[in-house]
Design a binder for this molecule. Structure first.
Ligand code: C2E
Ligand code: MG
Ligand code: MG
Length: 637
């Protein structure tokens, strides 16, 4: 029985008793007012009628109150069917997994159900009388709440996803319906919010997305995601004018492992391959499993075919090591197909197709190797990659040699200096030209070591010549453009000078014109630092690097070496002759020495001398040779 029903019953009883007492009192009074035995005075009569009137009014009022009370109670009185329904509703309210929160019209919480407490972590007494903004996550803007209240205002109901905060502080998504409740008079009396925690659904949605984009066995991106990433990478590469490489990797004879050892071992091997590949790559490389034993690699910054080929070689070698699986030592070979952007294809799909053809080519050519989509490049790249691998060992195995080429004073014909030129005595290929391996050493970073070694040898040799009284003014060594930009060059030169004890003025460093102009500011700084050590500086291959005269003027350089390309046409080619004359005039005006290289004929030397070049180098004077084979005699014109 509800409280209001009990109050109504109490009020009805009270009015009943009061009315009975009132009627008794009225009977007694009226008897005395209209007593026949006593002659009623006029005053008594007036009193009697007034009492009657008052009583009638009172009874009317009491009846109305009583009816109202009984009416409320009647409304509250429910029949057994309704009571059953109410009980069911209460059970639903208590047992539902959806949180229910009721506020009054002011927005103060008046009721919550157990699911609410379970979801939010709050107890009933902690929230009663508070406002629902207690659960705000801070994830939604003010506009969001404004739109929600506007909908409630116009439609009396709002449904949607909303992020709230649990008592623990955790933010979670819930699906919520809020409804406005009106009373009998149509006034807004309550708000009821019913919500369910959808974080699990969200999680499974993420899981579904993950499954759609990742390979369940290796957890690597699958073909769908890989293609998508490749598209994005190509767009970005196009924008930044970068080259990309796509490599398709296929494990040779993987089927045999599956057939002979079973799919479980096969799966474990694929997982292990994925792990090993993952560990091999730095950021900027996307690895994916396209299906079966096929993996794909996208290298986003891979402008050179040799870089792609080197990556392929790294993968092939990396996967060659044994895979210890379930007590077996498994060995696999790999075939790789390479396609390059933008050289081979401009779209991700085409790149994949081309890499696939290249893979087919690699497999048909006997597997355990890579192939480039463009055939001619394959052989070239393969050779360069091989060279870079071998070059690594060349230094350790002392296969490098320093040859010296004489530099003559054109006026006196005396041998006054030597240029140190590196050679590689390859056990199979014989003497390899620096023009072939220096660019590879530059790309692999080995150049710093090579140049340091050549410098060390040359300085040591120069000391010996000085001791022998050869009267040489300088020994020149070439500095790679890669090394020239690095700070470590200064330390390297200082260390070599210190270790060999050579007079710094006898060491000349040759830097190509293009290396200087690549970043003139860095070059300038580097050159000043090197000059502080006391060494001489020369610009090699001058005339090929588009020097800015303004910049040239600022460089602390003592010598310009005219590129042999201009010397070759002398003295008959008018253009070459004009250029050489200009270079000599330019050098003289800046107080620099002129050194001409590539002199193969006496006429060339004569022309150069006539126009003011002081120094000459070339086959006519002598080819680069090992130190012990040098001819010290002057070469007269
Ligand atoms: P470079 O510094 O301009 O060296 C001159 C090149 O011209 C040498 O080639 C030399 O053998 C060649 N040469 C000299 N006289 C004549 C001639 O009369 N006719 C012709 N046709 N060629 C002549 P090499 O030794 O093959 O070196 C090629 C380039 O490799 C060098 O050009 C230099 O840039 C680089 N290099 C050589 N040794 C080293 C080194 O130790 N470190 C670095 N970083 N680069 C080096
Ligand atoms: Mg040189
Ligand atoms: Mg040169």
């Amino acid at each position: 029985m509800s409280a209001s029903y009990r109050a109504a019953t109490r009020a009805a009883l009270f009015y009943l008793v009061f009315c009975v007492v009132w009627l008794q009192l009225s009977g007694y009074l009226l008897n005395s007012f209209f007593d026949d035995s006593v002659e009623a005075s006029r005053w008594q009569l007036i009193n009697g009628y007034a009492w009657l009137l008052f009583s009638a009014g009172f009874v009317f009022f009491a009846r109305a109150r009583l009816m109202r009370c009984l009416g409320v109670a009647a409304k509250q009185r429910v029949n057994p069917q309704d009571r059953e329904r109410l009980r069911q509703a209460a059970a639903v309210f208590d047992c539902t997994r959806e949180g229910v929160l009721v506020t009054d019209r002011e927005g103060l919480i008046v009721h919550v159900n157990p699911a609410f407490m379970h979801i939010t972590g709050y107890q009933r007494e902690e929230v009663l009388g508070k406002r629902p903004n207690l659960f705000k996550s801070g994830r939604h803007s003010a506009d969001f709440y404004q739109a929600m209240f506007a909908t409630l205002e116009s439609e009396s109901e709002w449904s949607g996803e909303i992020w709230n905060r649990r008592k623990s502080g955790e933010i979670y998504p819930q699906w919520q319906t809020i409804r406005v409740i009106h009373d009998d008079l149509g006034q807004r009396s309550h708000y009821v919010a019913v919500f369910s925690d959808i974080s699990a659904i969200k999680h499974s949605e993420q899981e579904r997305m993950h499954l759609a984009h990742y390979d369940p066995l290796t957890d690597l991106p699958n073909r769908l995601l890989f293609t998508d990433r490749a598209k994005q990478a190509l767009t970005s590469a196009q924008l930044h004018k970068r080259g990309c490489a796509l490599l398709l990797i296929d494990l040779d004879h993987f089927k045999m492992i599956n057939d002979s050892l079973g799919h479980t071992i096969g799966d474990q091997l694929l997982k292990a391959v994925a792990e090993r590949l993952k560990a091999m790559f730095e950021p900027g490389i996307t690895l994916a499993r396209l299906g079966g034993d096929e993996f794909a690699v996208l290298a986003e910054n891979c402008p050179q075919v040799e870089q792609a080929a080197a990556l392929a070689r790294r993968i092939i070698d990396g996967l060659k090591q044994a895979f210890p699986i379930d007590g077996h030592q498994l060995f696999i070979n790999t075939s790789i197909g390479i396609s390059l952007f933008p050289a081979d294809a401009l779209s991700a799909e085409q790149l994949l197709r081309n890499a696939d053809s290249a893979l087919f080519k690699a497999k048909s050519a006997g597997r355990n190797d890579y192939a480039l989509y463009t055939e001619e490049l394959t052989a070239h790249a393969q050779q360069r990659v091989e060279t870079s691998f071998e070059l690594r060992h060349a230094l350790d195995q002392e296969q490098l040699r320093v040859y010296y080429q004489p530099v003559h004073d054109l006026r006196t014909s005396r041998l006054i200096g030597l240029e140190a030129l590196v050679r590689w005595e390859h056990p199979q290929r014989g003497l390899v030209s620096p023009a072939e391996f220096i660019p590879i050493a530059e790309r692999t970073g080995l150049i710093a070591e090579i140049d340091a070694w050549v410098m060390q040898q040359a300085c040591r040799q120069m000391c010996q010549w000085q001791k022998a009284g050869r009267g040489l003014a300088f020994v020149a060594v070439n500095i790679s453009s890669r090394l020239f930009a690095r700070r470590e060059l200064y330390e390297q030169v200082a260390r070599v000078l210190h270790e060999t004890g050579l007079d710094p003025a006898c060491l000349e460093l040759e830097v190509t014109e293009s290396a200087v102009m690549e970043d003139p500011e860095v070059a300038l700084e580097q050159m000043y630092r090197l000059r502080e050590l006391g060494v001489q500086l020369a610009i090699d291959d001058f005339g090929t690097g588009y020097s800015s005269l303004l910049r040239l003027k600022r460089l602390p350089v003592q010598k310009l070496k005219i590129d042999q390309g201009f010397v070759a046409g002398l003295p008959w080619d008018e253009d070459d002759a004009a250029i050489v004359r200009v270079i000599i005039a330019l050098a003289q005006s800046m107080g620099m020495q002129v050194h001409a290289e590539g002199i193969e004929q006496a006429e060339q030397a004569a022309f150069l001398l006539e126009h003011g070049s002081q120094l000459g180098q070339g086959y006519w004077f002598g080819r680069p040779v090992p130190a012990e084979q040098l001819v010290w005699a002057p070469q007269h014109l």
